[in-house]
Design a protein around this ligand. Sequence first.
Ligand SMILES: [Zn+2]
Ligand SMILES: [Zn+2]
Length: 272
Amino acid sequence: MAVLTDFHCHTDISPDGRASLYEMAMAEYAAGVRYLCITNHCDTVHWRTLAFSPLCRTVALRQRQELEAVRERLPADLHLGLGLELAELIFHPELTEELSGDPALDFVLGSHHITREFGDYHELDYHDPDFCRRMWDVYLENLQWVADKDYFDVMAHIGYVRRYAMAQGVDTALTLAEHGQRVERILRTIIRNGKGIELNCSGLRDGCGPFPSEEILLLYRSLGGETVTLGSDAHRTEDAAKCLALGQEILKKCGFSSVAVFTGRKADFLPI
Ligand SMILES: [Zn+2]
Ligand SMILES: [Zn+2]
């Protein structure tokens, strides 16, 4: 079996994280992960009030200190990097660029969770199909803003909003039939700028499918996209490395022969 890689994982430095860096790293290692990157939330605004969140300035430093404190106790063959899930670019674009410039970072996920129009996606009511159509338009507009910037390495969990709709019993997804043009434009921008996307496996745990979906992965591949990281998006040790092997299978099925890992913001490719 190919070695497992996890480039999206949280510790309790994230407000919704439940495990220390040491606990998470050991759980990932026990599950077979040998290339791991901690990517704590680095949000420029508070998810509910949308007010500036000063804590974003300290995330990279705090996780660095936490790693230094336990480094000697970690297995020697665990490649452990430090990254950020850097989100909410639209509210503070200059600050986002500044935070991503920390020279100690190995990897930056470009993420989008909160809109100016509606706030955080997990707070919305998805029962009205007209609203869902509009919501996906707004979502893609925001992803395009991220794609146009240089601050990130890999765009996170394209289409993940489906999770919150599914939790309300509403089956809505980002499909090429409805949104193909905008999705293609985003993917072309990412490829042209030398960035990548992640295959976020968290939706595989709860029946929502991978983020992005296989049809979007296939489109990305057909457009010449090669850089894909795998991420469990674990927030607790129980989810560490969950569905990463399945993610590798999905990648292979979609025509990829390698998975990307990053050190010092530079990509390397491991065969799958
Ligand atoms: Zn996220
Ligand atoms: Zn995450």
